[in-house]
Design a protein around this ligand. Structure first.
Ligand code: ATP
Ligand code: MG
Length: 634
């Protein structure tokens, strides 16, 4: 509540300063994007950081603006031949310089802290998945373009925050101080400066508008890119964490190349013109203002001290205003591009927004039960659509271990993908603890899921980064970096991975799509990630979803992995495991058989549950064939 109030204040200030410009450009509503940054991409820690920073920087800038007064003292000191005044003026000046130096050092520290301890885990699982991977590739060529620059989202979030905290808010603070100083010294000077501020703002806005127009072709290019991404998200009905990068790379590569070429050309023209404009403007403004003040001094309307005070205040106001133009453009462009990602990503990642009831196992929900209630699912649209699941009814009790078997292409992976809302079923409901999955806030629910998917690509990140993928900030926020590292090492051991084999341990970067790892190592990394996630919610019941978790492992590694996945699981863990090697699921509590669907209106149950493999062997001819082919006799 307090934060929201304070945020409102920021909005108000920003709207005062930028509202006009935004209305003109008809951009995405500004505060929504800022709210997105504030609520969805930042955590409590970074929000606190921002609030503290604003407070401190405001104080710093108040001190800084005292400089004209220091100069005034200095001049008075000279004219009065008073040594005290001279000393005070000198000391004040020195103090201000030191403050400035300290402030810039401090902002560096904040930046480091922001990236290392807060933001590295802020974009959370989802942000990492959807933003960081594609963007880490894209950021190979950073570009500002229409502000849909292609540098990483983390940079953008930081830039927005930085602009507000260090430039815009203190900038306006410092302009107000300067204006008050001038008006206090002499009403005429105050009025002149006020007039200047208004004119400068109008010119600055014009300039920004002009830039927007110049950037149009590039913006259009990015619009196209956005549409393609949107189309892709809409058709991605499989687990969306899989192969994202390859697809996006493939889709946007050409567009981005083209956009960057256009970007270069546009920028060259823009800067050439801008330099000329700016020079002309500053010469004109300086000449007219200084002659005006000179005139006032000459006619003895104001004293020399007041004139010096006015000049210094004015200089500060002038440089701050021109910085503000740049800052506003940066903020506007960063927010516009954040808005783009938001528009693209929100439909794809419902859990980005924590809509729905928070799932709290430690509170009300003591166990996890699953039920598929008349679930039918299909992929594709229109002529291309294909029925995959038909009227699935299945209830899984808390703590139950269920093996899922069936021929290739039957729909086993699709069934599991419904549990993480990679897609929502076309008909029927998936219930978790009796509530429709769609009504739970997914971020809070997925905390208790360990997911090992059949197809997965690790991210171009460190081993630790990959393990933290999927871990909620709700959990990481409570832990120190060393605690996280300890948990990571334990998780790796449970997956049969030896940290020692990586050159820099858990901080080793595993390369693009994990190319520096073998196939089996990649799979074990994913298993370790599931352990990592579950180790965050240690005393809570959890759910393990494993789709062929040991397909790329040798029998010895499989043994270790399975021990930790099955036998050494904490009491009450619910498990769903798909396996082709039937021995893997022989000890499960129940076996679910998934039969491939021939047509959309079949009436024989497609998904059936059995007490054991031998019962299934008796009941299903198709399964008998499969088992016989493997030489498996239940
Ligand atoms: N993105 C997609 N677009 C179109 N069809 C798809 C898509 N994903 C899966 N399918 C189809 O859905 C059906 C079920 O796929 P699914 O991956 O669930 O099979 P599976 O039982 O897990 O098979 P396997 O044992 O080989 O992993 C398949 O026939 C496949 O062709
Ligand atoms: Mg599958």
């Amino acid at each position: 509540m307090v934060i929201a109030k304070r945020l409102d204040l920021i909005f108000e200030i920003s709207q005062l300063t930028e509202g006009l410009m935004f209305k003109r450009f008809n951009l995405t509503r500004f505060d929504e994007n800022l709210a997105f940054v504030w609520y969805d991409l930042m955590n409590d820690r970074s929000r606190n950081l921002a609030l503290h920073a604003i407070a401190r920087v405001l104080m710093g800038s108040a001190l800084l603006i005292a400089s004209p007064y220091a100069i005034g003292f200095f001049i008075d000191g000279l004219t009065n031949q008073s040594f005290d005044m001279l000393l005070i003026g000198g000391l004040l000046f020195l103090g201000i310089e030191l403050c400035g130096a300290a402030l810039s050092w401090w902002s560096q520290q904040v930046r480091e802290y922001f990236f290392q301890s807060a933001v590295s885990y802020i974009p959370q699982a989802i942000t990492r998945l959807y933003y960081r991977r594609p963007l880490s590739w894209l950021s190979g060529g950073t570009s500002e373009i229409d502000g849909s620059g292609v540098d990483s989202l983390r940079e953008k979030v930081w830039n927005v925050m930085y602009s507000y905290v260090y430039q815009i808010i203190p900038g306006w603070g410092s302009i107000s101080f300067g204006l008050i100083a001038c008006t206090y010294a002499n009403l005429w000077v105050g009025l002149i400066v006020m007039l200047y501020i208004i004119v400068e703002r109008i010119i600055g806005n014009q300039e920004n508008r002009y830039m927007q127009a110049e950037m149009r072709p590039v913006i259009d290019m990015f619009k196209r890119w956005e549409r393609r991404m949107q189309a892709w998200w809409a058709s991605a009905d499989h687990i969306k964490s899989q192969g994202v990068e390859t697809k996006i790379t493939q889709y946007v590569h050409d567009d981005v190349q083209e956009a960057m070429r256009g970007d270069d050309a546009v920028w060259r023209v823009y800067f050439a013109r801008r330099i000329v404009y700016q020079r002309l403007r500053s010469i004109t403004v300086a000449a007219s203002l200084y002659s005006l003040v000179g005139y006032l001094v000459f006619n003895e309307r104001i004293s020399l001290t007041v004139a010096v005070l006015a000049f210094f205040s004015f200089e500060r106001i002038r440089s701050t205003l021109s910085d503000l133009n740049d800052q506003q453009r940066d903020v506007q462009s960063n927010l516009a591009s954040i808005a783009k990602y938001r528009r693209v990503l929100v439909p794809a990642a419902p859990y980005l927004y924590n809509v729905g009831e928070p799932f709290n196992v430690r509170g009300d929900q003591k166990t996890i039960t699953i039920a598929f209630d008349g679930v039918s699912h299909q992929v594709g649209e229109g002529e291309d659509s294909k029925c995959i699941l038909r009227d699935v009814n299945l209830a899984i009790a808390a703590g139950e271990k269920v093996g899922i078997v069936g021929p290739s292409g039957a729909g086993k992976s699709q069934l599991l993908s419904l549990l993480v809302r990679a897609a929502d079923p076309v008909e029927g409901k998936v219930l978790i603890n009796g509530t429709d999955l769609r009504d739970w806030s997914l971020e809070t629910l997925l905390r208790y899921y360990g997911v090992i998917m059949q197809k997965s690509e690790p991210f171009e990140d460190t081993v630790l980064g990959n393990l933290l993928f999927g871990v909620s900030h709700l959990d990481t926020d409570l832990l120190s970096v060393s605690e996280l590292e300890q948990k990571a090492e334990l998780a790796l051991r449970k997956a049969g991975l030896d940290v020692g084999t990586f050159p820099s341990g858990i901080h080793t970067n595993i390369g693009y799509k994990g190319l520096k790892l073998s196939g089996g190592q990649q799979q074990r990394l994913q298993i370790a990630a599931a352990h990592m996630k579950l180790s965050m919610t240690e005393d809570s019941p959890r759910l393990i979803i494993a789709d062929e978790p040991t397909a790329s492992l040798d029998s010895l590694s499989e043994l270790t992995v399975m021990q930790h996945l099955q036998d050494k699981l904490p009491h009450g863990t619910t498990m769903l495991m798909v396996a082709h090697r039937l021995s893997t699921v022989a000890n499960m509590d129940r076996i679910v058989f998934v039969r491939p669907l021939e047509t959309c209106d079949e009436h024989t149950p497609q998904v059936t549950a059995h007490a054991s493999l031998s019962e299934l062997y008796e009941a299903e001819a198709l399964f008998r064939e499969m088992a016989d082919a493997q030489g498996f006799r239940p």
